[in-house]
Design a protein around this ligand. Structure first.
Ligand code: CU
Length: 143
């Protein structure tokens, strides 16, 4: 239950951040919220990463890209991403399966933390218009 508490706390902060920015969300709680609709737009970029609790993973957000964008973790891992938006435009980071919705302000690094408490193949993406379809999609495999 500790992991769930951490995850909920992190997600709450991110949701508040998102609300303050006026950025919309693309996720719900249905099957589509897994992000699988964006699976065809996931083109592996960078070295696949095995995420471990306590080891932040640096991710670079480009114009319509995330690098690296192929992650895996074992169930129970606390995933900590430090996402550097290298562009002058706004992006966001959506992982509805774990209730993660974060904005990525221009030229800033944003920390995103969540605990993966169930197995599956999930997709994270930017919900800005056209971004996911352009390739701003990543895959997270939890096993
Ligand atoms: Cu984007």
């Amino acid at each position: 239950m500790t992991g769930r508490g951490i995850r909920t706390l992190a997600a709450t902060g991110l949701v508040a951040l998102l609300a303050a920015s006026g950025c919309g969300t693309a996720g719900g709680t249905s099957g589509a919220a897994e992000g699988k609709q964006f699976a065809p737009y996931h083109r592996p970029k960078g070295t696949p990463i095995t995420v471990r609790s306590g080891r932040p993973v640096a991710v670079t957000a480009g114009r319509v890209s995330l690098d690296p964008n192929t992650l895996s973790a074992t169930r129970g891992t606390q995933v900590h991403l430090q996402i550097h938006n290298t562009t002058s435009g706004r992006h966001d980071f959506q992982l509805p399966s774990f209730h993660v919705h974060a904005t990525l302000p221009p030229d800033k690094t944003t920390s995103v933390t969540f605990t993966v408490d169930r197995a599956g193949v999930l997709y994270f993406y930017s919900s800005r218009p056209g971004h996911a379809h352009g390739g701003m999609v990543g895959r997270l495999t939890v096993h």
